[in-house]
Write a protein that binds this ligand. Structure first.
Ligand code: PLP
Length: 400
């Protein structure tokens, strides 16, 4: 049967993609469990080859030489696959022990999980206190198609109860911005008992902070824009799954939708991953130190960070997280004081997004998308020295 070039190229993705993942043995394939920094530094790198670059650079080509039989070449057309994605996908895949698929943004990654999985009559259970983009997709794209959407708080028992009849369960733990925690293993068990699959948005924790697939989740989605890349200079996303058919579907969805990552951004992410362990450890330490300091203050309310012993989800966080992440949230007395505080900060940028090496903060109420007090600050601790960061926050509180 004659096929158009586009059809041929799509079927190559779905049929031949698994063999495109670099198979060469790398340091992270060794049987002894390696530490997180070692894994992050070596993940995805091809096996050493005489005279080859130590670290692969970005490959910007659109078409590749492709004579005759199209299945014989690992790369044909850059919307389907390219060598830079392969390095990044191999790296993320090794960090997750899964097949990882790179997307042009976190939203493209979320949509690639949600949209193909849900049709008329299906039920999506999703957290209502997580990233608002998911609720937007649910109400604007899924509900009009006949998908029943059940929004629930990030509370294990409530999510478990809502799983009855579900098709897909979507959680974000810790949730953003209020940093509530749910038990991934319990939610996965309830989802599976109902024949549903569980997807976890793991943007905040990254694969070094939490590995949801190990606790029973079926898919993990990321905005790589945040801590995964960590330098506030790119927009990317990724999904990790262990089911090869699902991975092929995600790649097909990517090729068909065309929401692909630029190779240069992919390479910037490749370049960022070796420092992920260092960045995340420093950010998590700084966030906890900041939370402890803020908790002592009478003019700051409801300080939240999953590493605080009295955080309601602390015990679960200890079980399922290796690092508690860069975010701290706290509430100041009203929008005006919160804005004065932000304006008085010297080292901390007022910006949305989080997980960067530079600390940033914002008043989440300014967007009108989260059900939070007007004075709630979402603070993303960067990699500065803790003493400097705490001193800056203290002077800004005093000045506001
Ligand atoms: C938790 C979370 N998931 C997904 C996204 C969407 O990612 P992106 O902005 O890379 O599309 C964001 C963005 O802020 C986020 O915070």
């Amino acid at each position: 049967m004659l096929r158009t070039a586009a059809e041929a190229s799509l079927s190559r993705v779905s049929e031949a993609e698994p063999s495109r993942r670099p198979e060469a043995a790398t340091a992270t394939d060794r049987p002894t469990p390696l530490g997180p920094s070692t894994r992050a530094v070596h993940a995805g790198l091809p096996a050493p080859e005489q005279g080859a670059p130590l670290v692969p650079g970005p490959v910007l080509a659109a078409p590749y030489h492709l004579r005759g039989d199209t299945d014989s070449a690992p790369f044909g057309y850059a919307r389907d696959a390219n060598p830079t994605w392969s390095v990044v996908e191999a790296a993320l895949g090794q960090l997750e022990d899964a097949d990882s698929v790179l997307f042009s943004s976190g939203m493209a990654a979320l949509c690639a999980v949600l949209e193909p999985a849900l049709g008329a009559g299906d039920v999506l259970v999703a957290v209502r206190d997580g990233y608002p983009g998911v609720r937007g997709v649910a109400s604007d794209r899924l509900a009009p198609r006949g998908v029943e959407v059940r929004l629930v708080p990030t509370d294990t028992a409530v999510i478990v109860d809502a799983c009855n009849g579900a098709t897909l369960v979507w959680v974000e733990t810790p949730s953003n911005p209020r940093l509530d925690v749910c038990d991934i293993a319990e939610v996965a068990a309830a989802a599976h008992a109902n024949g549903a699959r569980l997807a976890v948005d793991n943007t905040l924790a990254t694969p070094l902070g939490q590995r949801p697939l190990e606790h029973g989740a079926d898919a993990v989605a990321y905005s790589a824009t945040k801590a995964l890349s960590g330098h506030s200079d790119l927009v990317l996303g990724a999904v990790a799954v262990r089911d090869p058919e699902w991975a092929a579907l995600l790649r097909r969805h990517r090729s068909q939708g065309g929401a692909i990552a630029g190779p240069f951004e992919a390479w910037l992410l490749q370049r960022s991953l070796p420092t992920l362990a260092l960045r995340l450890a420093r950010q998590s330490e700084n966030a906890l130190a900041l939370a402890r300091m803020l908790r002592q203050r009478a003019d700051v309310a409801d300080v939240r960070h999953p590493g605080l012993e009295d955080h309601p989800g602390h015990a679960i966080a200890l079980r399922q997280m290796r690092q508690t992440g860069p975010l701290v949230c706290f509430t100041l007395d009203g929008a005006d004081r919160a804005q004065r505080f932000l304006a008085a900060l010297r080292l901390v940028a007022e910006a949305t997004s989080f997980g960067g090496v530079h600390s940033s903060a914002e008043r989440r109420g300014r967007w009108g998308t989260d059900d939070v007090p007007e004075g709630l600050i979402r603070f993303s601790a960067g990699c500065e020295d803790a003493a400097d960061l705490l001193a800056d926050v203290e002077q800004a509180l005093a000045a506001s």
